[in-house]
Design a protein around this ligand. Sequence first.
Ligand code: ADP
Ligand code: MG
Length: 158
Amino acid sequence: MSGYEFITNSPKETEELAVRLALLLHEGSVVTLEGDLGAGKTAFTKGIAKGLGIIKNVNSPTFTIMKEYHGGRFPLYHMDVYRLEDSEEDLGFEEYFEGEGVTIVEWASLIKEQLPKERLDLYIYHLGLEERKITFFPNGEGYVKICEELKNYESTSD
Ligand code: ADP
Ligand code: MG
């Protein structure tokens, strides 16, 4: 499976893609983000927050592992597990995955074993200074539908 590919040419375009995705997410949605430092994982998460109607600025939770944002359509649970000392450690992630909000996990491969089976995996690749390739790999029917909708939107909007 080669996934669903999207190209963005600026942080703004990445944010717009994330806003459109956020509009299709619901309670218990889980989205993982992989990509090098500076790829745009946090930038993408800012767009998710915006799409959920969260006004507070999202920044990288690198030193806190998890930050919660309320006041939007759903709570946003933003995890960055980059600095997790021991990937086997159970910090109660499951409660968030199954919670009432949308969970975004940066560097999710570090807690692979703890991720829910149904989720949307995103890989962000640097193509140039401001060019990124964002590939969506859906796990589960619901996420396949979401990817199809995003692709349909893309092909009708330009
Ligand atoms: P990560 O969380 O993956 O380490 P960040 O989102 O913190 O990365 O940083 C991404 C950086 O790259 C930001 O400074 C952002 O402005 C810049 N950038 C340039 N082009 C893009 C793009 N197309 N999409 C996302 N970010 C971009
Ligand atoms: Mg980050």
